[in-house]
Design a protein. Structure first.
Length: 151
């Protein structure tokens, strides 16, 4: 059974949650406007072309992850003037999503080129390693900010 349809829920859910995260972080209403606009665009795309729901949707992934990278870059710029909450999380988001765009955008190409399994495995390992770094940065940020300090 093919489970590629679940990936659509993953990248859309990821986009929703990270957009809301950056909306709270930057306190900018335009993030919500972008969120709604992208969701309408993706929903329209799925309504017009329902067959892409059972395929790997590189355009949707690339758009949502690129917007998240733009959010992260804007937050870095804003943090230069003072407020710098969640900088490690933002660094992890930027690092992981910039490389993840390349992996996920080339997903169909990797499949169509019939790359050797060994090469596909290396690409997967690099992606998993960067995701691990992303999670470590989130943990460090949580540990520094929210752990219970013993008296």
């Amino acid at each position: 059974m093919n489970n590629i349809f679940l990936f659509h829920y993953y990248f859309i859910g990821q986009f929703i949650f990270l957009s809301l995260f950056f909306k709270e972080l930057m306190q900018k209403k335009w993030v919500l406007y972008i969120l709604v606009l992208v969701l309408i665009g993706l929903g329209t795309n799925y309504a017009i072309y329902p067959e892409i729901f059972n395929e790997y949707h590189t355009i949707g992934v690339s758009i949502t992850q690129s917007i998240i990278v733009v959010y992260a870059l804007i937050y870095y710029y804003q943090s230069l003037t003072g407020r710098n909450l969640f900088l490690l999380v933002n660094t992890g988001i930027l690092l992981y999503f910039m490389t993840s765009i390349l992996f996920f955008a080339s997903g169909n190409l990797i499949i169509d080129l019939n790359l050797p399994k060994e090469t596909q495995r290396y690409i997967s390992i690099v992606n998993q390693f960067l995701y691990f770094i992303f999670l470590v940065l989130i943990f460090i940020e949580w540990y520094r900010s929210y752990r219970v300090k013993l008296a």
